[in-house]
Design a protein around this ligand. Sequence first.
Ligand code: HEC
Length: 479
Amino acid sequence: MRIRLALVAAASLVLPVVAFGEDPPAKVSYYKDVRPIMQQHCNGCHQPAKPLGGYVTTDHANLLKPGEREKAGVVPGKPGQSYLIEQIKVHANGRAEMPKNRDPLTAAQIKTVTDWVTQGAADDTPASAKAVAVDAANPPKYSAPPVVTAISFSADGKFLAVTGYHEILIYETDKYALKSRLIGISERVQSLAYSPDGKKIAAVGGAPGRFGEIQIWNPDSEKLLVSAPVTFDTLYGISWSPDSTKIAFGCSDNTVRAVDALTGKQLLQMGTHSDWVLGTAFSQDNLHLVSVGRDMSMKLTHVETQRFIDNVTSITPGGLKGGLITVDRRPMKEKRMQKVPADTPGAKPNLYDELLIAGADGVPRLYKMHREVKREIGDDSNRVREFEKMTGRISAAIFNPDGTKFAAVSSLDGKGEVRVYDANTGAKVQCEKVSGPAYATAWHPNGKLVASAGFDGTVWLHDPATGKLVNSFVVLPKK
Ligand code: HEC
């Protein structure tokens, strides 16, 4: 009895030391713990292309450096002397200096960053990740042309923007000379588009499995206006609202989203897709948004309320084969209001819009955006027309400026096709000398030139009337 009591007493003498003593904070990793916080909350305003306050948070070396106020961002071992720590500190009013005009970091995030500084602010970035750091001073180097996933003409036709590795490349269309390189933090620029008013370029991309990003650039000044993180994976299928105020895109978390084109602030998120969303298009009156994706559906969302309205395509299994990749709104010569199904209480007539969709099954299809008759299970009543199947999967199908024709590009087994279809009759022109799988296409605003590109980094310029190759160039910046 005595012995047991003594043991208990001895144990209880030891226990309190452990229970009340400070647990040493767990060892914090820059690469695994601190960097993702910067990525989500700071890099949008503190990256080489946009170093607000003269401060850059995208890599370890820059975190330590002083910004404009000449106070060291991080002094290893000394959180009290580190300006970054001072800037993220939450004041009595519940606000913090940084992230500027946003909610402060959480207490746990602030503790992570502070503990890392206290522990010596070591850099444990793996050597492989260090090698890929690129910015305007260290532009990406190419050993081979990049795979081109999107191209877009400026509204005046003077420039062609092409996706590169870590950058957007802008070519002058008179001689196809490289004019600018817009280098951001996304390794992959997946989709891009000039704004309808011609003043901006928006792009989405990211780093697979790490972060998604939307970028908005002023192509004239080459300034990055907005860089905003969205989800933790690459983004797809960008489109501008016709009034140039909103930008929509698809996400691999099965949502379609839209942001304000001035601020990058999210305005819309709609989550009824059941797989990745790959393409988006706004209605001509800016009120609705359609999205297509790997779940083989095209969905209609009301922009202001973010409400899902309808499945535009048939949702009958087997109605479509394989996922949808691209959607484009048809430019309409005449504006006409559309009747509303008799059984839809309170619904207002909408402006009539048509949408061109395509994807894995290689068949371009034309649909009306808004339903005119009551949905019957298994019907496909919004379908207007189907076009001849292309070889392989169609990654892009884009209307000409007057909506009478469209260009579509496809890929299969290392080969590609570029075709121009008459949107009314279905008549097709096959474009010549396409040297590889084609993923991107764009129509010159004068309607007389189609640009396409894809796997081998060649941009083909075809006459859409004859299919003749009138020019071509290889995307391969030298420096
Ligand atoms: C929305 C943009 C924005 C975001 C997001 C943002 N900052 Fe800033 N930051 C600024 C601006 C602008 C300045 C310049 C000073 C000012 O206006 O307060 C600045 C200044 C700073 C400075 C001082 C640099 C100097 O020497 O003047 C530090 C340090 C800093 N930010 C850290 C951060 C950290 C850390 C985060 C993320 C937790 C962050 N910022 C997020 C906009 C932003």
